[in-house]
Design a protein around this ligand. Structure first.
Ligand SMILES: [Zn+2]
Length: 241
C-alpha cells in the first residue's frame, strides 16, 4: 500500500518563491502548505503576473484590478508571506515567449529561491475541466526560466542589470496537477489556508454557483491526505530542475 502513497516534499530548504498568474491561484490549494512553511521559519515570497483584473464579469478591469490586488495582499499576510510583487501583465492574455522567460529569469535571479511554486501546466484540472491559458503558458515559462536563470549566456542583459546566474532552484511544485507526485502535511494549517482563500471576499462573492471556500479546500485536503497518509494534505506535481 505505502508504495502507492505520494512522496513527502523535503523541507531542507529556506527560500521559496511562488509565481502565479492571478490573485487566488495560491489560495486554491497551495496556501495551506505555505502557512506550514512560514510557521517553520521558511521565507516565501509571492509574485503575481497580473492583478486578475479580468476575473469579475460585473466589474471592469479598472475597478477589479485594485480590489483583487488588495485581496491578494491580505491573503498572503494570513499565511505569513510578507513580500507580494505584481508584474503588470494583462490578465487572460499571457503568452509563452522569450520576453516572459526573461522576466521570470530576472525574478528568479533576484530572489534566489530553492523552490518555486505555481499551478499546473496540464490542459485539464484533476477531474477534467479545462485549465486556463495563463496558467499553462506561465508554468511552461517558469520551468524554462528556472534553467535560464542558471545560465549566464542566456539573457546576458540580466548580467548587465547586475543579476548573476542562480543555480539553486531544486524543484518546481505544481499545484492543481492531475499528475501529483508529492504532498505536504497541512493537518495543522488547513484553517489558515481557508482563511487565506476567504480573503478574496469580493471575488468569491462574484463566482457563479455559490462557491464555498471551506468545503472546497477541505474536500481537496482530505483527498490529498488519503493519498499521502496525513489527515489533511496539499498535493503537488514536483519537477526537478
Ligand atoms: Zn488563475
Amino acid at each position: 500500500m505505502t508504495s502507492n502513497l505520494l512522496e513527502t516534499i523535503p523541507e531542507d530548504w529556506n527560500r521559496a518563491l511562488a509565481i502565479v498568474a492571478h490573485p487566488d491561484d495560491m489560495e486554491t490549494g497551495a496556501a495551506s502548505a505555505v502557512a506550514r512553511w512560514t510557521a517553520h521559519g521558511k521565507e516565501v515570497g509571492y509574485v503575481l503576473m497580473t492583478r486578475g483584473e479580468a476575473g469579475i464579469d460585473g466589474l471592469s478591469p479598472e475597478e477589479a484590478g485594485p480590489i483583487r490586488e488588495e485581496e491578494e495582499r491580505n491573503s498572503a499576510r494570513v499565511v505569513g508571506v510578507k513580500r507580494v510583487d505584481f508584474l503588470g501583465y494583462t490578465d487572460g492574455v499571457i503568452e509563452y515567449n522569450l520576453g516572459l522567460r526573461r522576466d521570470l529569469a530576472r525574478q528568479i535571479r533576484a530572489d534566489r529561491p530553492e523552490l518555486i511554486i505555481t499551478l499546473s501546466h496540464h490542459l485539464t484540472w484533476p477531474g477534467g475541466p479545462l485549465n486556463m491559458a495563463d496558467h499553462r503558458w506561465l508554468t511552461l515559462g517558469i520551468l524554462d526560466a528556472a534553467r535560464d536563470a542558471a545560465n549566464r549566456w542566456i539573457f546576458p542583459e540580466l548580467i548587465e542589470e547586475g543579476l548573476e546566474p542562480w543555480t539553486g532552484v531544486r524543484m518546481v511544485l505544481l499545484s492543481g496537477s492531475p499528475a501529483a507526485t508529492h504532498a505536504v502535511d497541512t493537518t495543522d494549517f488547513l484553517s489558515k489556508g481557508i482563511s487565506s482563500l476567504q480573503e478574496h471576499k469580493i471575488y468569491n462573492e462574484n463566482l457563479a454557483g455559490g462557491f464555498d471556500p471551506v468545503q472546497f479546500l477541505t474536500d481537496m485536503a482530505e483527498k490529498a491526505g488519503k493519498q499521502s497518509g496525513f489527515r489533511y494534505a496539499a498535493s503537488f506535481e514536483v519537477i526537478s530542475i
